[in-house]
Unconditional design. Sequence first.
Length: 67
Amino acid sequence: MLVTRVSVISRKENTMDLDVTQDQLNRYELGLGLIQNIFPNLSGEEREFIKTGITPKEWEELFGVEV
């Protein structure tokens, strides 16, 4: 599923194709669980994107390390 978020750092709109359902996104947006429990199949980088809109590339450019 294509998920679009705005980066909290650059304010750029980014889109990633993630293995998630609309139901999972709805549960996360409603605060119905911890992100790692709602999206157990996603990597830390993918969960960070859902949470903050920061892409792995942007993270590395800013902090020099991977998520």
